[in-house]
Design a protein around this ligand. Structure first.
Ligand SMILES: Nc1ncnc2c1ncn2[C@@H]1O[C@H](COP(=O)(O)OP(=O)(O)OP(=O)(O)O)[C@@H](O)[C@H]1O
Length: 359
């Protein structure tokens, strides 16, 4: 990436008692991107955000903004603003006063303050609530006021810590769309923390998957889904069959693998393993297809159980010696007649992207 807006260079955070919050993180964030920090509880997402904001001083490494070392700067001296999980609005102030507060601190003249407050409220669709008390607002409305307050000072970067976690599922989905629209409209760099992979996949330009204070992979949502680099990422993003497969030879630039009878075909890249050598290969449940009849590429399987998922069925089946696989199949015709114990034939979709996974 040429000249990132923000660069974390070997950033390390060791807390009192020797807990490693961040273990030498390197991360470049581009101007104007929507970047999400994703990972399980305790992986270091919030610590990363707090280090960028300046609330937490790293115990090693540097934070650069536009190439300038901002590591020693206090939060309020950074052109960065944070939207907190609980919104942190001032309950004794009305909507307009909440939004205006930061402008007042920066000694912006009253007429300009009013204009900026009106523009920020307009951006979040809350112009009609300018004089409302924040205690009278719904969760979604408070979230919008918190966003307006954060963008009104035109930060270079907006940091969002689980900003939608207090909202119910329906409103959350609606706010995801609004957040993305707001970010593209402003062209401001957004860095968001979430542990919700669906949210991360639907909203982000790039996702940083974290695990144990380290970065496992940084990629676009589609790349993370199609080509997870490690077992951790593969099992964290969506559902993935992690199959131990033996290399069975090269054919027409494809590497053939056998996973307990299931045939896998992967474009040859790099050095091929030795014959019989084993690799972990990821196969998405929707890439395993069911056939009523046996064919040269199919593998016999026995249905173990079926879970109804609305328009799809999730089938657990057993192949080979005792390998369990998960299959997602549309609910239609013959599949709706399947039940536990049914013998079926399965094969992997030809155009499936089956990543070879690192440990
Ligand atoms: N102030 C602190 N003192 C000691 N340890 C801390 C402190 N803050 C965070 N940690 C530890 O650092 C690690 C990373 O914490 P962090 O809050 O960044 O994780 P997270 O990914 O944001 O988790 P969550 O999704 O639960 O908020 C955890 O092991 C946590 O217990």
């Amino acid at each position: 990436m040429a000249d990132p807006l923000l660069r974390l260079k070997s950033v390390r955070k060791e807390f009192a008692g020797g807990v490693i919050g961040l273990d030498a993180i390197d991360l470049d964030i581009a101007q104007g991107e929507f970047l999400t920090l994703l990972g399980p509880s305790g992986c270091g997402k919030t610590t990363t955000l707090r280090v960028i904001a300046g609330f937490e001083a790293p115990t090693g490494g540097t934070v650069l903004l536009d190439g300038r070392d901002i590591t020693p700067l206090r939060p309020y001296d950074r052109p960065v603003n944070t939207v907190f999980q609980d919104y942190a609005l001032f309950p004794h102030m009305n909507v307009s006063e909440n939004i205006e507060f930061g402008l007042w601190l920066r000694k912006i003249p009253p007429a300009d303050r009013r204009k900026k407050v009106a523009a920020a409220l307009d951006m979040v669709g809350m112009s009609d609530k300018i004089s409302a008390r924040v205690t009278e607002l719904s969760g979604g409305q408070r979230q919008r006021v918190a966003l307006a307050r954060a963008i009104v000072c035109e930060p270079r970067m907006l940091l969002l810590d689980e900003p939608l976690s207090a909202l119910d599922a329906h409103l959350r989905e609606q706010m995801q769309v609004e957040l993305k629209r707001l970010q593209s409209g402003l062209g401001t760099t957004f860095v968001m923390v979430t542990h919700d992979q669906t949210e991360a996949l639907s909203i982000s330009d790039r996702i940083v998957v974290m695990h144990d204070g380290r970065i496992e992979q940084i990629a676009s949502p589609a790349t993370l889904y199609d080509r997870p680099a490690t077992r951790f990422v593969a099992s964290f993003i969506g559902t993935m069959n992690l199959l131990e497969a033996r290399f069975a030879g090269l054919s027409e630039r494809m590497m053939k693998f056998d996973a307990d009878g299931l045939h896998l075909s992967i474009p040859a890249a790099g050095e091929a393993p030795g014959l019989g050598e084993s690799r972990t290969i990821g196969v998405r449940p929707e890439d395993i297809l069911i056939s009523a009849v046996a064919g040269p590429a199919t593998t016999p399987a026995r249905v173990a159980n079926i879970v109804f998922h609305g328009k799809a069925l999730r089938i657990r089946a057993v192949i080979g010696t005792a390998t369990e696989i998960v299959i997602d199949t549309p609910r239609q015709g013959e599949t709706s007649a399947l039940q536990a114990g049914t013998n079926i034939h399965v094969y992997v979709r030809q155009d499936a992207t089956c990543p070879v996974l690192a440990a």
